[in-house]
Design a protein around this ligand. Structure first.
Ligand SMILES: [Fe+2]
Length: 287
């Protein structure tokens, strides 16, 4: 059982729903980072058959097991995909020194329109300065479902974020987010460990929902420059790549995801989804 203090709160989960990722800087202690680097240098880590419960993977003394069993990481996993999810696959991504090329922008992997989502945890065991490339993300892209490398011809996106971080940092991603590994322009190897996890339970209120009602907020338009931190404001935040700066389609997709996660079928941001659900042709009474 996970202690409540390690679970995400409603605002954090709303941030994940809005932007498709959460970032936790310098979460993993250096002792585990060093042990992971040693294991990677030695040629890798054991894999498991897809569909194995995570609790059966990485027994002691695996440094990856120690990282994944940290209460903070267990809390993140539980909050998004529930107890003991399934191991899907993992990879140690290596960018060679001065490799001279980058990975094309992509989604993992084919078009997948489920409301249920998998998460991918990315673990950066050493410092990643900008010249080392890091993983590049397009925040909020997770509902623009794409097929693998469909978008690989594009090199840069407005609003993209390079993962520049200190050792021990963690990224948690929605499976649909657009991302790629950037070119490593240093004379050192870059490592990034990734694991994909599948939920085994309905993704319904798996986080610490104590703040859910308080954080919900008012369904009022948000004015430019207005500072609000409630869930409606979090789900209404714009990304620089949104059409006309507004991105209603993305926000409606976020509302649908939030309703799915909370079971609150009346939740809306402004009136944008409720309007689409108004179907007077289905009413029996005549005006
Ligand atoms: Fe990928």
């Amino acid at each position: 059982m996970i202690e409540k203090q390690y679970l995400l709160n409603s605002r954090q989960v709303a941030e994940f729903v809005a932007r498709g990722f959460l970032r936790f800087d310098e979460l993993v202690p250096d002792e585990i980072n060093q042990a992971a680097m040693t294991a990677f240098d030695a040629g890798g880590i054991q894999s498991y058959p897809a569909g194995t419960p995570l609790s059966q993977c990485y027994p002691e003394p695996s440094p990856i097991g120690r990282m994944l069993r940290m209460p903070e990481i267990q809390g993140i996993i539980h909050s998004l995909v529930g107890p003991d999810p399934l191991f899907d696959h993992h990879a140690i991504h290596v960018r060679q020194p001065n490799e001279g090329k980058a990975q094309g922008m992509h989604g993992d992997s084919i078009i997948d329109t489920r409301m249920h989502f998998d998460i991918q945890i990315m673990y950066f065991p050493h410092d990643v300065p900008l010249e080392m490339g890091g993983t590049l993300l397009v925040p909020g892209s997770q509902y623009r479902r794409i097929n693998e490398m469909d978008i690989a011809r594009y090199q840069n996106f407005v609003g993209q974020i390079p993962m520049v971080c200190k050792a021990g940092s963690i990224l948690v991603l929605h499976h649909g987010i657009w991302h790629c590994g950037r070119q490593n322009q240093t004379d050192r190897k870059r490592y990034m460990y990734k694991i994909r996890l599948n939920p085994r339970v309905r993704q319904y209120r798996l986080w610490n929902t104590d703040d859910l009602d308080e954080a919900k907020g008012e369904s009022q338009p948000i004015f430019a420059g207005e500072k609000r931190s409630d869930i409606q404001a979090i789900l209404a935040q714009r990304e620089p790549w949104f059409e006309d700066g507004e991105g209603r389609l993305e926000i409606v997709n976020r509302i649908k995801q939030w309703r799915f996660l909370t079971g609150d079928d009346n939740f809306d941001v402004h009136y944008w989804l409720t309007r689409l659900e108004n179907m007077p042709e289905n009413r029996l009474e005549m005006a």
